[in-house]
Design a binder for this molecule. Structure first.
Ligand SMILES: [Zn+2]
Length: 182
């Protein structure tokens, strides 16, 4: 017991000395400037994040999405399969509502969740929202890879979709050929 009391007293004294030293330092011009800059840094980071969110929301709302299947979840209990879709153009993805994600309060998950909430209101479902756009029912990574290859070719949205699908078809044919050869 005495030992703990001694320890407590020692640390308390050390802390008091530290407070005093900090107080003296905080009066120095250089340190005052440092503290001000740190406050400014914090505010600017907050502001940057706000603008980034606004920018992303704008990108999501103006994108003529091309959705591909980003994740499939099987509910063996109900015997159902749920498919989640991501846009290969802007990255908006319903995958945030799958069992892979549980915290939608930070980062890009929060921005996407905010976007869906703002866009869909209370009545429209995400499934309905996705169905309003082009859906390519193929693996997201594959569609994204081909999209990235052709995205800089100044194509209209419909041309982009046609080329994307024909390239995916070609690839499928190649795969089937290989299977036959084997
Ligand atoms: Zn999009």
């Amino acid at each position: 017991m005495n030992n703990i009391k001694r320890k407590y007293k020692r640390v308390s004294n050390e802390l008091r000395t530290t407070y005093n030293e900090l107080e003296i330092l905080e009066k120095e011009d250089m340190v005052k400037r440092y503290i001000k800059l740190k406050e400014k840094e914090e505010k600017l980071e907050e502001k940057k994040m706000e603008i980034y969110e606004e920018l992303q929301l704008n990108i999501y709302s103006t994108c003529n999405h091309i959705f591909a299947c980003s994740y499939t979840e099987c509910d063996y209990y109900e015997g159902r399969t749920y498919r989640y879709y991501g846009c290969v153009k802007c990255g908006l993805d319903t995958i945030i509502y799958s069992d892979l994600y549980y915290d939608l309060s930070v980062g890009k998950e929060k921005i996407m969740d905010d976007f869906f909430k703002q866009t869909l209101g209370k009545t429209e479902s995400i499934r309905h929202y996705v169905a309003c756009f082009k859906i390519i029912d193929r693996d997201y990574a594959k569609v994204k890879e081909i999209y990235d290859e052709i995205k800089n070719k100044r194509l209209s949205d419909s041309e982009l979709q046609i080329i994307l699908e024909s390239k995916l078809d070609d690839e499928n044919k190649e795969k089937q050929k290989k299977l036959v050869l084997w």
